[in-house]
Design a binder for this molecule. Structure first.
Ligand SMILES: [Zn+2]
Length: 263
């Protein structure tokens, strides 16, 4: 059985039996996969101590057709990203990104998606204090764009009429984007996006960066993204890491105490 060698990044890790670990990894060549690293917890493991959450490098995997769990033969870590574990804002943001990638998992090769994921983790690892939420929001929308279901920001999601960029516009999750005035009246549920929020969304979907100005704006964007993900994840399972990320950023910015009165 030939081994697959591919770039990979660890999205989830847990101990298995006495000496082994199971990793959920994103790969450049074979999408998201679960792999068993036998003996990874032994003191002199061939995997080394750097192989942990958010580490990336070159993996060698024995893929068994029709199986859920494959065998990790080796993993040469080139970046361990210890900067993510060392800071709570970065760590919770990176965990939410990893969760998003795993929930939309596919075993298909998707090099651009893999690159967007690694780019986001790298940006989070060097994100200045206070900016991890903005970086993660941008990374999440960029992943969504690469997954192929970015929302419509400049044209009505129902009738495709252009919506002027300087206008606030209703946003409908079921329709998949902003709505023109006429369609807003027909839609059952919608939320209004100010022009600045549409501008940030437009930048993020295109892979750009859009710094947000204050905590309420960050909160509104986290809520919009949460609702958008819930609409597209029809299985109803909670997004645990996302919830922790969202709550952590509220408490870190002191907004938690007024959460009950902000619409
Ligand atoms: Zn319309």
């Amino acid at each position: 059985m030939p081994a697959l060698r591919t770039d990979a990044v660890v999205l989830h890790a847990f101990n298995y039996l006495e000496t082994s670990r199971i990793f959920r990894i994103a790969t450049r060549e074979a999408g998201i996969q679960s792999v068993l690293a036998r003996g990874a917890r032994r003191p002199k493991s061939r995997f080394g101590s750097a192989l942990d959450l958010f580490a990336s490098g070159s993996a060698e995997i024995y893929i068994k057709a029709g199986r859920e769990l494959h065998t990790l033969a080796s993993f040469d870590v080139t970046r361990s990203r210890g900067e993510l574990a060392a800071d709570l804002d970065r760590f919770t943001a990176a965990s939410a990104i990893a969760e998003l990638a795993m929930r939309f998992a596919s075993p298909e090769s998707h090099a651009e998606l893999y690159d967007a994921l690694v780019t986001t983790l790298d940006a989070l690892a060097v994100s200045p204090p206070g900016s991890a939420v903005d970086v993660a929001l941008g990374g999440a929308w960029s992943l969504i764009a690469h997954l192929g279901f970015a929302p419509s920001v400049d044209r009505c999601a129902m009738c495709h009429t252009a919506v002027p960029p300087e206008d606030a516009a209703s946003f409908s999750h079921p329709s998949g984007g902003v709505l023109c005035r006429r369609c807003t009246q027909l839609a059952r549920t919608s939320r209004v996006l100010p022009a600045a929020a549409r501008s940030a969304l437009r930048a993020w979907i295109g892979g750009g960066f859009a710094p947000l100005s204050d905590a309420p704006e960050r909160r509104a964007h986290q809520r919009l993204l949460r609702e958008f993900l819930a609409e597209h994840l029809a299985d109803g399972r909670p997004l645990r890491a996302y919830d922790v990320w969202e709550r952590n950023s509220w408490s870190a910015t002191g907004v938690a105490s007024v959460a009950g009165v902000v619409p």
